[in-house]
Ligand binder design. Sequence first.
Ligand SMILES: [Zn+2]
Length: 282
Amino acid sequence: MRFRKSLFLLCFLLFCSWNTKNVSLFPYNPKCGDTLKITITKTSPSKKFIAEFNKKEYHFYPIRQQNQCCIIPLSCKFLPGKHKINLSRLHKKEKKLLWSKELEILPGIFRRIDLKLRRKKSRLLSLPKKDPQEKKFQFYLKSKITFPLWQGKFIRPVKGRITDGYGTYRTINKTIPWNQHKGVDFGAPKGTPVYASNKGIVVLAKAFSLQGKLVLLDHGEGIQTVYMHLSSTLVQPGEMVKKGKMIGRVGSTGLSTGAHLHWGLYINGITVNPLTWIKYEY
Ligand SMILES: [Zn+2]
């Protein structure tokens, strides 16, 4: 009888420790360009969970009030449609499926623009593509900090109006098809201060041919922000910067049509719309 009671109690405790009501998704109707966040509430920080989505695995990290969180990037190039999310618990190298949901990813609404580039800048388009790895900006898009450094919402990195949003389809001089826009452009006069949008460690503060002078910050957990086309950089690699610290000045270096700041946000090397990180807390 005592054994039965103990078994009942154990089953009851196991049921209480896992409840699908403890899983939430944000946003509920995600679209291409969004950051998808899965939160598990009322759980121990020592429990290990894993989310599987679009043939990739994403791990969770603990946040306040016994919550764990997982961030999935949906780039502007993500294929809209139905995708399944599986949530499992990892225990002694075994994966136990706890929750599954089919999610409809909506298409993003991205505009089309043509950029007018002066002949001098057009030469940048025909640069040799076989640069050594370390000369490529993409080489540095790997966060080395395994915990979140950022605190609260991100801030606008510069005073100025938005001149181009995330995901815009672009052509150059009406003839050359170019990449979809990987960030947000803020128009501002040359020399306008540029601020760190959140706490992070400086990964790069140098010039690249297309991106111009740039600062790349690592905010931990795979989150990085980039500030491109600067006229000057005011920080050094390895330096820890607080949210709001001045890190450079607006310019028009690299492939740029005029003084502006290109601000991008990467999640494990994949771009998302950075403006959602200003609006919501991740
Ligand atoms: Zn841009």
